[in-house]
Ligand binder design. Structure first.
Ligand code: AMP
Ligand code: MG
Length: 450
């Protein structure tokens, strides 16, 4: 990328001291992140009952037609359309019923002129039958024949062999995340096991001297619970990753460095929270440099979550894996504030994690144009994210922001968040009733990880 291009992707902002600095635009940050998030290089075969939430590593073709044979879509009578072409209510056509075909039983005879079969939903049509007269619209005569009162077009209520899919067709592409519909189709195609990408291993580091674990008997003044660990663990599981929580790391350079090294060695992706601002105890970026990382992003023009560090760190080749040390580790240094950390995950980590899981990612998928149900404040030269939910009101999608302040430390009103409204750079506030672009969280995820 040339210098000029870099300039264009930066937005000027003013820091607390009123100094003009230049920050990366969110869209450019996403582009850089997607360029660095490489699908895990290991695959595994899993039985179909454990495949939901996983991502296919290979395309799947079916050896079967769908439907496998012509079958009935309704309970009724299999007939020959030509036999009843002249049927009228005042002059019905009577047909001889030669056989009963419930689902699961192959027809014994083919249908000749003037004949019908009693047939049920999903049952095979016999040779010669080409339409279904539904049982509600026929009359069974005392002699056992069936009277058809109207003409019926060929193919009526017939599911034709191969109409939904043909043998040899690709039924699922590599990169598809499997949900209930996909595993059902795989089952129907007799794929008892599938080849999927190994789940990305994602290490979580919570940095900060103030942090204690959830079961701390009594919080001392200045202490808070490490809630980010739980937020990130849940997020990672939802995105189909394997979370490895490495605990609370104090603001101590050496201890943090060791923890980061351990995280990088064991994981495909590392998410650390805290320590990425410019405070005295914010070591993450410096340490990444010490560990030989290539820093791709230092901070992004967004609110909340401006201090975001993204880097790749080469993996040391180990004895087991001297030839192929694997992909470099992707490192995200997220801000410590709970809302900033989660918003950063939703906006920046989610596309990376999904792509590392092997999924084909469209970062624009899951965007909705909504009406702002209340005023949405902007953040000047930063793209602003407001958390809330989407509701259909009078036939239009409305974005309802969470009540109260959208403060980066406010976990309380973050609950119930299913969508983020995006107020663009320089847009000022979006007035209630005006259109706003909204990211629906988790949109496109076919299924949750097991
Ligand atoms: P930092 O980014 O380290 O400056 O932290 C910013 C704010 O986030 C501080 O108020 C921290 O106490 C809070 N914070 C940092 N880490 C966590 C965490 N793991 N869980 C909850 N809050 C945190
Ligand atoms: Mg801190």
């Amino acid at each position: 990328m040339g210098l000029e291009e870099v300039e264009l992707t930066m937005a000027p902002v003013w820091d607390r001291e009123g100094q003009s600095t230049r920050l990366l635009k969110a869209s450019e940050a996403i582009a850089r992140i997607l360029a660095l998030a490489i699908a895990v290089d290991r695959r595994e075969t899993v039985p179909l009952n454990l495949a939901a939430g996983r991502v296919l590593a290979e395309a799947v073709r079916s050896r079967l037609d769908f439907p496998h044979w012509d079958n009935s879509a309704m309970d009724g009578y299999g007939i020959r359309a030509a036999d009843v072409a002249a049927a009228r209510p005042e002059q019905p056509v009577a047909l001889e019923v030669i056989e009963e075909i419930p689902a699961g039983r192959a027809p014994m005879r083919s249908l000749g002129p003037g004949q019908a079969v009693r047939i049920y939903t999903g049952a095979m049509l016999p040779e010669g039958a080409d339409a279904i007269a539904i049982q509600e619209e026929v009359m069974v005569l005392p002699d056992g024949r069936v009277a058809i009162p109207t003409a019926i077009a060929p193919d009526t209520f017939v599911r034709k062999k191969g109409a939904f899919g043909r043998s040899g067709d690709e039924i699922l592409a590599a990169g598809t995340r499997l949900g209930p519909a996909e595993v059902a189709l795989l089952a129907a195609a007799q794929c008892a096991q599938v080849t999927v990408f190994r789940k990305p291993r994602v290490a979580i580091l919570s940095t900060g001297d103030e942090l204690v674990s959830v079961d701390e008997p009594a919080l001392k003044p200045g202490q808070i619970v490490d809630s980010n660990r739980y937020a990130l663990e849940a997020f990672i599981q939802q995105m189909g990753g394997e979370a490895i929580a490495l605990g609370i790391i104090p603001d101590d350079r050496e201890v943090l460095k060791q923890a980061m090294e351990r995280a990088i060695a064991t994981a495909d992706l590392v998410l650390s929270t805290g320590g990425v601002s410019v405070g005295t105890y914010d070591y993450v970026e410096t340490l990444l440099g010490d560990l030989g990382a290539a820093i791709a992003i230092r901070s992004v023009a967004v609110k909340p979550g401006k201090p975001l560090t993204v880097a790749t760190v080469p993996k040391a080749a180990d004895q087991d894996n001297a030839q192929n040390p694997g992909n470099p580790c992707l490192y995200f240094g997220l801000p410590g504030n709970p809302a900033s950390a989660l918003v950063g995950c939703w906006r920046f980590v989610a596309p990376a994690l999904r792509q590392m899981a092997g999924e084909t990612v469209n970062p624009e998928a899951g965007r909705l144009r909504c009406i702002a149900a209340a005023m949405l404040p902007g953040a000047g030269q930063r793209e602003a994210y407001l958390w809330g939910r989407v509701e259909l009101r009078d036939g239009q999608y409305h974005f309802i922001p969470a009540p109260g302040g959208h403060n980066s430390g406010n976990l309380v009103n973050l609950v119930g968040t299913t969508a983020l409204a995006i107020v663009p750079v320089g847009a000022g506030a979006i007035a209630a009733g005006d259109p706003v672009e909204v990211m629906v969280l988790g949109a496109g995820l076919a299924g949750l990880s097991a």
